[in-house]
Design a protein around this ligand. Sequence first.
Ligand code: PLP
Length: 377
Amino acid sequence: VTHWHSPKFHAYFPTANSYPAIVADMLSGAIACIGFTWIASPACTELEVAMMDWLGKMLDLPSDFLASSGGKGGGVIQGTASESTLVALLGAKAKKLQEVKAEHPEWDEHTVIGKLVGYCSDQAHSSVERAGLLGGIKLRSVKSENNRLRGDALEKAIEKDLADGLIPFYAVVTLGTTNSCAFDRLDECGVVGNKHNVWIHVDAAYAGSAFICPEYRHYMKGMERADSFNFNPHKWMLVNFDCSAMWLKDPSWVVNAFNVDPLYLKHDMQGSAPDYRHWQIPLGRRFRALKLWFVLRLYGVENLQAHIRRHCNFAKQFGDLCVADSRFELAAEVNMGLVCFRLKGNNERNEALLKRINGRGNIHMVPAKINDVYFLR
Ligand code: PLP
């Protein structure tokens, strides 16, 4: 086993672990229900609705996303951020198809799908490109500025595609990129997305947990313009894998896109609570809300905030050590718990350094490269 919870494990992004989440997963395993519809397990569905509301309030998400606001919005627990990106893309695709077909009834579906184009920054996670492949649409990688996607670059890309007769429909804004934990300018990209009727999906897989701390919420500025938002409590919020929290302002696009209704899945109470099978790709689903409930009850908001702040302070301390040592330099601003650093000089020196560190079998790290500059992260 590679010990992800060893204090010497510094590869990738962290994955969460805590005893309340482990106990909740054991209970989920023991109950062993499959909550694909409300009737298939009312508690599984209703606890998920309640937990996604608690969590949304902890992040101070716009109320449009919350079921308790009484509007259309609501949350769902997906397995991973990759699934959330794909689900949002498929919802956006269904929405645009319906809009375009209403305007051009003479166009067939293949013609419209061939014209659809989505956007993300050149720093977006590989799962975004993959969602484009799985969703069967073109996805444009837009050049970032200082590792962040800016509104004017997104706007230029959209306008060029419109001029070429294409149909922009979806854009992923990353808050906390994998390479360097950079934050796309949601405040700018949201305005552009709304102007061009392009679905904005926010991928905050790692950094989203930090939004439980008010001092980091400035990165969320513009969230009211997004259509869907996702982060992974299973990365940084003490909830064991898998627990990827996703909110949709109008889930009906996703629900309608995925709605196949055989008789054996229908029930008398349809419409009174979400049937989560329509919000996700698989039919079956585990009782994942339990681990969110146990973690939130056992630790409480203040302890979770302290956990995040402690990690951010470790990163600051390590970043300061790098700056104080004349052999090293930072490859990017220190954001959240991530430090991107390198030996001054060429890439080969840094590749050799990482090889030596990992070769010793004591500390484990992974590298990244931005603009051909190789660094350790
Ligand atoms: N998005 C970002 C920004 C990530 O950093 C990651 C993983 O590190 C992902 C998406 C993929 O996450 P998951 O494994 O939950 O699909």
